[in-house]
Design a protein around this ligand. Structure first.
Ligand SMILES: [Mn+2]
Length: 320
């Protein structure tokens, strides 16, 4: 049904989640380019700024934060969104576009949209986009190959996470055959950090606390640290994983003070990222706070104080 609907569409808006990661960005770029090559009018939308590390991807400038009048589109495609609200402020308006297609791999996907391709066994949404491009008979060029490779490579944590499956290796191998320089991608994504980021990492690591049973680690990051190290949200990407590498730690938590919202007054709010090494399902924890994600990586936003968040988070360690 998805294929038929995509073939019949003429003017498409592709959307993905706020604070986009490599899977969100790679998926939207690859599918967007494929559909454009089929002669369709395609616009790629994201509410948030694109993190600097992804700016090497061909066509990245085509992801815009202004989709124009939504009445222009006959079809919307949501990629890597467990819930349409993940799109951000435009979610309601997007839901009114005549045909809504939902392509995702989150176990927690709410099943929104008229047509869905939801496969929690897929390593990434990029893997599903590859399948769709194949089924549409589109020849993958180097730009699409870089996008798909980046989607899978980042969502599997460079093939380190538990969602790394045979297809992830197979598709990435094919993408390398089609022109991706895997060394270049690795360098762009992981090997080059600013001095500020390392100083920020130093500060954040300094806040690590471990639960009494040793299975949970908690660190935090404040706006003040970003100012002091002259870093931006771009530099926060991946910091949470450091605390996961500690011996015996099963769940790592990074509590990140977010920028005050315009009109939000004095109230700080926090983005809480959770990473699990296996047995603990952090998506369930995030969901209980109104967030979501995968069993191994999830997040939620909260308006309580840092002290309160830490108290609640440490209480979690009692259950595992
Ligand atoms: Mn994903």
């Amino acid at each position: 049904m998805i294929l038929k609907s995509l073939k019949e569409s003429r003017r498409l808006l592709l959307v993905t989640h706020v604070r986009p990661d490599g899977d969100a960005i790679g998926s939207i770029l690859a599918l967007g380019r494929g559909l454009s090559l089929m002669g369709k009018t395609v616009r790629l939308y994201n509410e948030s700024p694109i993190p600097a590390i992804f700016r090497f991807l061909p066509g990245i400038e085509q992801i815009v934060s202004d989709p124009g009048p939504l009445s222009d589109y006959d079809t919307a495609v949501a990629l890597d969104c467990s819930d349409l609200s993940r799109v951000g402020g435009l979610a309601d308006a997007v839901s009114r576009i005549p045909t809504l297609i939902n392509i995702d791999h989150h176990l927690t996907n709410t099943g929104f949209g008229a047509h869905q391709m939801i496969d929690p066994a897929a390593s990434s949404t990029g893997e599903l986009v590859y399948q769709i491009l194949m089924d549409l008979g589109i020849a993958i060029d180097s730009a699409m190959a870089y996008a798909i490779y980046t989607a899978i490579f980042t969502d599997t944590g460079s093939f380190l996470f538990q969602n790394t499956n045979p297809k992830a290796f197979y598709i990435c191998g094919r993408m390398v055959e089609l022109g991706v320089n895997s060394y270049t991608v690795a360098q762009k994504l992981f090997a080059t950090y600013s001095l500020g980021r390392l100083k920020l990492l130093n500060m954040v690591l300094d806040t690590i606390q471990i639960s009494r049973n040793g299975k949970l680690s908690v660190m935090y990051l404040t706006q003040e640290m970003l100012r002091e190290t002259e870093t931006s949200v771009d530099d926060i990407n991946g910091l949470v994983n450091y605390a996961k590498h500690i011996e015996d730690v099963q769940v790592a938590v990074l509590i990140q003070e977010s920028q005050r919202l315009p009109g939000g007054g004095d109230r700080s709010h926090y983005h809480v990222s959770l990473r699990s090494n296996g047995p603990v399902d952090v998506a369930a924890i995030a969901e209980s706070y109104g967030g979501g994600g995968h069993s191994g990586a999830a997040a939620y936003t909260t308006y309580t104080s840092l002290a309160e968040i830490k108290k609640n988070v440490f209480r979690l360690s009692d259950i595992f």
